[in-house]
Design a protein around this ligand. Structure first.
Ligand code: HEM
Length: 387
């Protein structure tokens, strides 16, 4: 199947365009033999993301109890009313003000990472900026002490990559968060974990399992996705010199640039899985009850039925409404933070290195594999024209 070969990894858009043209939803079997439906058109994507008959709750029978409690309590994997309650409590601590308060710290971290480029003529922007920045920001947000970030980074990388070591890394991370939570209760600080540990809303509060699950969700949901967004933005700008010089003349355009990258190179290539609880009809296709469904955000965001010239990189285009952060009740809680990080990183990188050049041909770029993420594994750049 064209969705799982090397050609797809290098450039997913032709295969997705073909599927989108053929129909709004397609039954696919993964290389591991697991069947699911992939939704490729914008209208149907929105419908699937908002239809309450599609459930996020999955049986997790095979997992050890301490992992099950950390996963089944995550809002991303719950339906209302549990989702409503968790999202309300977490939103009470993860406020726009808290996100905005991180701005100076993000600027500082970005400058520190960019400052470390100084001695090099060439750097891998994924390794040196796109991955470490969101990681450090999540650590700051949660209140993970600097001295404890090393092992934590190793576990979180393992969780993100998946594979054989994943459940051990998950167990270590869960144990770490339990311990951190105990310490935060004794000595609270001005961080999200301490704040959420004491938040009471209408007599309701988050349990320890829910707090640990939330911390784990933020790490998994907010790290690789944001790294992909930063990498994809540097990549697309380097391929569009006119947009890049517009950005140099007017740094405020970075907002529109990042928005257009979210649409054209959606860092989270798909939604997470939903399961149908009754048959659902999308165009001329009916998906039976009990089937797994994934929305291809990458495909929906280039649907010509919604966007004019969808394959043209056009920051500030009038037809907005991309679905890169999802839609409906599970709309990304970290969207303002992710946008802010990418805007700061990209603006500062291009301000310091206005003539930077990607040193490998488009066909030689190394992309992350799999259907779920769309991002580069490395992006070597030459730092000419340093200021
Ligand atoms: C949910 C994308 C960054 C936290 C989602 C969803 C998407 C998404 C598509 C919905 C999934 C679905 O409905 O199946 C992204 C992208 C990001 C990003 C593209 C970066 C460019 C972040 C960050 C955080 C975060 C930085 C937090 C620090 C969450 C949470 C949810 C979520 C908590 C679950 C919300 C809920 O279930 O109500 N994200 N995300 N994300 N995201 Fe993000």
């Amino acid at each position: 199947m064209a969705l799982f070969d090397d050609g797809y990894t290098a450039n997913p858009h032709p295969a997705l365009a073909e599927l989108r043209q053929t129909g709004p939803a397609h039954r696919v079997t993964s290389p591991a033999g697991i069947p699911f439906w992939l939704v490729t058109r914008w209208d149907e994507a929105r419908l699937v993301l908002t239809d309450p008959s599609l459930s996020k709750q999955q049986p997790m029978d095979g997992l050890p109890p301490q992992l099950r409690s950390a996963l089944t309590t995550q809002m991303l994997l719950r339906d209302p009313p549990d989702h409503t309650r968790l999202r309300r409590l977490v939103s009470a601590g993860f406020t726009p003000r808290r996100t905005e308060a991180l701005r100076p710290r993000i600027e500082q971290l970005t400058d520190r990472l960019l400052g470390a480029f100084a001695a090099d003529a060439e750097v891998d922007v994924i390794d040196r900026l796109a991955v470490p920045l969101p990681f450090e920001v999540i650590c700051e947000l949660l209140g993970i002490p600097a001295a404890e970030r090393g092992p934590f980074r190793a576990w979180s990388d393992t969780i993100i990559v998946g594979g054989a070591d994943m459940s051990a890394a998950l167990a270590q991370t869960v144990a770490y968060f339990r311990d951190l939570l105990t310490r935060k209760r004794v000595r609270p600080a001005d961080d999200l974990l301490s704040t959420l540990a004491v938040i009471v809303d209408d007599g309701d509060r988050l349990s320890d399992d829910e707090l640990v699950g939330m911390a784990l969700l933020l790490v998994v949901a907010g790290h690789e996705t944001t790294a992909n967004l930063i990498g994809n933005t540097v990549h697309l700008l380097s391929r569009h010199p006119s947009q890049r010089s517009r950005l140099r003349d007017d740094p405020g355009l970075v907002t529109a640039v990042v928005e257009e990258v979210l649409r054209m190179a959606s860092p989270s290539a798909t939604s997470t899985y939903r399961v149908t609880t009754r048959p659902i009809t999308l165009g001329d296709t009916t998906i039976p009850a009990g089937e797994q469904v994934l929305v291809s955000l990458l495909a929906a965001n280039r649907d010509p039925g919604r966007f004019t010239d969808p394959n043209t990189f056009d920051p500030g285009r009038p037809d907005g409404g991309h679905l890169a952060f999802g839609h409906g009740i599970h709309f990304c809680l970290g969207a303002p933070l992710a946008r802010m990080e990418a805007q700061i990183a990209v603006r500062r990188l291009f301000a310091r290195h206005p003539d930077l050049e990607v040193t490998v041909a488009p066909s030689e770029l190394r992309w992350r594999t799999g259907l779920l993420m769309h991002g580069l594994r490395s992006l070597p750049i030459r730092l000419e024209g340093q200021r």
